[in-house]
Ligand binder design. Sequence first.
Ligand SMILES: [Zn+2]
Ligand SMILES: [Zn+2]
Length: 354
Amino acid sequence: MALHEYECPACGGAMEFNPGSQKLKCPFCDSEFDVKDYVANHNSESSGETAENHVTGQESADDGTPMYIYSCGSCGGEILATESLGSMKCPFCSNNVVVHEKFNGAFKPDYIIPFAKTKEDAMQAYSGYVKSKKLLPKVFFEQNHIDEIKGVYVPFWLYSATQNYVGNFEATKVRTWSDSNYNYTETSYFDVERAGSESFKQVPVDGSKEMPDDLMESIEPFDLSKMVPFNMGYLAGFLANKYNVTAQEDRNRAVQRMTATTTVNARNTVIGYSSVRNISENCTTTDESTRYAMYPVYILNTTWKGNNYLFAMNGQTGKFVGNLPFSKGQAAKYFFPIAGVAAAVIFAVLMFVV
Ligand SMILES: [Zn+2]
Ligand SMILES: [Zn+2]
């Protein structure tokens, strides 16, 4: 395998993609280069042997994922990575390394949305978020924990397709009136049919086993107008995974999202009736096409009392989501004074009434 490294032509430092200037930047001498004009100037061969055949011991990650070992072209240090990780930092010399084979051939993305938010933006968003949640255990506020936020390019499949909908409904209109002797109710029945097509462009579904799909969907939308043709230079300085869920495996999720939208839109046109009963509905998918893209996401992963908590920020728009635990000890401190106040108010009102 070939490792691409982005050495600064001026000082030899390890350059990385800068979200502020949208250029490759050397953090040592501030030189900047356009990503598309710049070809990785230092390619080293590293076989990327599986850790099983290696003497260092660690053969797989905690969850059993096989690990690979690359040797850094800059310092010779050994970089241990999962099979799908293709962009990383050398832990010894901070060199930014991109494994060519992980983003080439069948794995070559069509597009990439470059990071527009910096790591500092992500740290600020996280701090603001945890400060707004008063019941958190202290570990979530610690600076060394906040420093662990990582910028990751997540592989996404983008599905375009047309959904063709046909639906039949039985609807009623009810009219009531009265005269001096009787109350009248007239029920009219209607056969209602709706048929139509809706076209979808580039509906994203994450192609990485490691990322929870619902978390990725909750940081949508991404602005596709800023999507550019893929270039490995954008990966420098960030983590990036190649896909390990195929387009075919992800297809159902994409089709489900499109079908659900079309169905709701069609149902919403059946209006003006007293009641609507669904007789039959069918949606077929045509004109399908798939593209492969890398999306920018900041991630913070925390384990607390045996549970896993994940925070994510859209690296383009800054939209932030997280799942947070409540600490029972802190909840008690927070709720008891409120309970006390409420009880006092009720007591005062009762006194007044008596
Ligand atoms: Zn430099
Ligand atoms: Zn190194």
